[in-house]
Design a protein around this ligand. Sequence first.
Ligand code: GRF
Length: 197
Amino acid sequence: MTRLGILISGRGSNFQAIHQAIERGTLQAQIACVISNVPEASGLAYAHTHGLPTYDLDSKGVKRADFDTKLIEILRKANVDLVCLAGYMRLLSPHFIEAFRGRILNIHPSLLPAFPGQNAQGQALAAGVQVTGCTVHYVDEGLDSGPVIAQAQVPVLVNDTEQTLSARILEQEHNLYPAAIRQVITPVSRSTKTNVE
Ligand code: GRF
């Protein structure tokens, strides 16, 4: 069973959606640990309530490299196969990315490569696009720049505010993240491969 290490900084609604998909049996994985770099993150309460191994590590004032070394230690001890960033609001150091290369996923509220970085929903409104959405992608050293795994589109409505648009995108995020994890951990069946020679 694939073991997930979840990193959060706040509300953790995507983490909850992943956990609920596992509970429903639509995602064959196991949450090995939930780590928050913000001790007061509300997502931690959900993790505690559901008996998940939880770590609150305050990153305030801690050097990124030192903090990430601690993260790597916890994730390795928990035998994590896949690291899922779910609203984790801290950049990862190159040595963290190297340690889990190709095994770190993130969700971002835009159709990447459009609108990377903060406030992607506000960026979409300011740009006047008619369609935006969300993306699950592999994490590399760049800002929201790794290979795309899955995307969902969300139309921008005439009266949308950042709040209304963010809420509709979030709804899609909650379906997309478990589906993208499923896609990553499901081996491609040999019988479905076609040989074209
Ligand atoms: C989501 O919009 C996600 O796309 C972005 O941060 C937000 C986290 O929300 N990376 P939540 O903590 O999962 O509720």
